[in-house]
Ligand binder design. Structure first.
Ligand SMILES: [Zn+2]
Length: 79
């Protein structure tokens, strides 16, 4: 299964929240595409963006992208 990339999302802004770590960020999609490339997977993006999270890289960190949920794009294979 192919994982969704920046190319798969059409909105201007990509927002990320982590309720566990109490973080919120909004990012310009164009900027991210320029910086990281359009083929960057969202799972990878989440890892990059969760850098400020206190619990990043652990199961305790729940960084996610509400804009993708709204667009019905699942960034990981469903369990
Ligand atoms: Zn987090």
């Amino acid at each position: 299964m192919r994982l969704p990339t920046l190319r798969d999302f059409r909105g201007d802004k990509i927002d990320m929240v982590c309720h566990r770590c109490d973080r919120y960020g909004s990012y310009d999609r164009e900027e991210l595409v320029k910086k990281l490339g359009a083929t960057t997977e969202f799972v990878e993006l989440r890892r990059i963006m969760a850098i400020g999270c206190d619990r990043r890289g652990t199961d305790q960190c729940e960084a996610k992208f509400p804009c993708l949920l709204a667009a019905n794009i699942l960034i990981e294979a469903s369990k």
